[in-house]
Ligand binder design. Structure first.
Ligand SMILES: Nc1ncnc2c1ncn2[C@@H]1O[C@H](COP(=O)(O)OP(=O)(O)OP(=O)(O)O)[C@@H](O)[C@H]1O
Ligand SMILES: [Mg+2]
Length: 225
């Protein structure tokens, strides 16, 4: 469903050139639960941003469901992101003034769905993630693990085909981290949603069906000894 070919990403910081990804090839099948591992600065977030159409490559091609999306305009990319992709970040990124359920249905509201439809779906998702009694709480009244599960429900509200999660457990204790990973696995198994997540944590590795490693912007299917 996702394919990248000969991908390069170079950041320019004034006169300094920072190579972040170097000639990366990757194919992700529908229904995978894929973990991207690698040291800090190896290019994991950059790769996730390329796959999730958040940023454009310097060179190379990205295909989403057989469509070349590497040169689409930002407005076309954002439409695909909103309707077919979901995102979960390390810092949860919930809007503080909205309640949990309002945060969850915001992407559906932005797509112009009916309130009755998206309110029900948001509530059902929160219930499935064990948060029914926290629906009307604001983020500051929730624990980190609860906020991250709200973020997962939000990522799911538009029935995406793929969810990208960048170190979703990095700010959590191991029990909350496990609940978050269990939630992602449940989505993968229950709905067949493709999950691509970045992690440093060796415990999270156990959730992956496949693991890939980044070393200084280069991809490997094997862990360096
Ligand atoms: N916006 C940017 N401008 C300039 N350089 C950047 C930018 N974003 C990332 N980089 C550089 O690109 C390289 C890869 O960064 P990236 O954030 O993808 O690494 P990472 O593997 O996600 O690291 P971490 O585990 O610390 O999150 C690093 O050398 C980083 O400094
Ligand atoms: Mg990162």
């Amino acid at each position: 469903m996702l394919k990248i070919e000969g991908l390069k990403k170079i950041y320019h910081m004034g006169d300094v050139i920072v190579p972040a990804l170097n000639n990366v090839f990757l194919e992700v099948e529908e229904g995978e639960m894929l973990c991207i591992m690698g040291k800090s600065g190896s290019g994991k977030s950059t790769l996730l941003h390329m796959l999730g159409l958040i940023d454009s490559p310097s060179k190379g091609k990205i295909f989403f469901k057989d469509q070349d999306v590497s040169k689409l305009s930002e407005s076309r990319r954002s439409k695909i992101r909103l309707s077919q992709m979901g995102f979960v970040f390390q810092e949860y990124a919930l809007l503080p003034e909205l309640t949990a359920v309002e945060n969850v249905y915001l992407p559906a509201k932005m797509l112009g769905r009916w309130p009755s439809e998206y309110q029900d779906r948001a509530a059902t998702l929160l219930e499935s993630l064990g948060l029914l009694d926290r629906m009307h709480h604001r983020p500051r009244e929730l624990s980190g693990g609860q906020q991250q599960r709200v973020a997962i429900a939000r990522a799911m509200v538009n029935k995406p085909e793929v969810i990208f999660a960048d170190e979703p457990t990095a700010n959590l204790d191991s029990t909350s981290g496990k609940q978050v990973m269990d939630a992602l696995r449940w989505l993968n198994e229950q709905f067949g949603t493709t999950i691509i997540f970045v992690s440093h944590d060796t415990e999270d590795k156990g959730y992956a069906k496949r693991i890939i490693y980044l070393y200084d912007g280069k991809l490997s299917e094997e862990e360096e000894g």
